[in-house]
Design a protein around this ligand. Structure first.
Ligand code: FEO
Length: 168
């Protein structure tokens, strides 16, 4: 059974993952409005990944006899300056989420809840991959200064991304 402190903190993280999904869907819409259909697709896959993260926490809270409490999801930004601005925001956001996950691990350790520490290790590993992927893409976008034929090629590559559920 989850203790109350962890139930509250895990529900907060569930909300944070849903906000991430919402933010990336908003970015997908912005990119579509700029005729970057490949990056819009890439961001939609990101949206699906975040829903997967949210559901993983949702299932875990219930499996441990806790109660899921859904709360309001903050409205995301809807406008950016350009694609570089979008990806700078993605990286900053993922770094923030990594901080939240690490703090949650600290709380789970304080509460000596080994099962929660264990499931959070999955998120710790996932964050390393997320930050690395976004950082690589941002570097490539900077190389082409977010425009021209370089951007055209990167957008075409981004169109290939499909959602595959991360390994459990
Ligand atoms: Fe659910 Fe992108 O962290």
């Amino acid at each position: 059974m989850l203790n109350t402190r962890l139930e509250v903190e895990l529900n907060k993280q569930l909300n944070a993952e849903l906000y991430s999904a919402y933010l990336y869907l908003s970015m997908s819409a912005y990119l579509a409005s700029k005729n970057l259909s490949g990056f819009s697709n890439w961001m939609k896959v990101q949206f699906e990944e975040e829903q997967f993260h949210a559901l993983k926490l949702y299932n875990y809270i219930i499996d441990r006899g806790g109660k899921v409490t859904l709360t309001a999801i903050e409205a995301p930004k809807t406008e950016w300056n350009d694609i570089l601005d979008v990806f700078e925001d993605v990286l900053a956001h993922e770094e923030k989420v990594t901080g939240l996950i690490n703090e949650l691990v600290n709380v789970s350790m304080e509460e000596k809840d080994h099962a929660t520490v264990s499931i959070l290790q999955w998120f710790v590993t996932e964050q390393v991959e997320e930050e690395a992927t976004v950082s690589d893409l941002l570097d490539q976008l900077k190389l082409v200064e977010g425009k021209g034929s370089g951007l055209f090629i990167l957008d075409r590559e981004a169109k290939q991304r499909v959602f595959t559920p991360p390994a459990e």
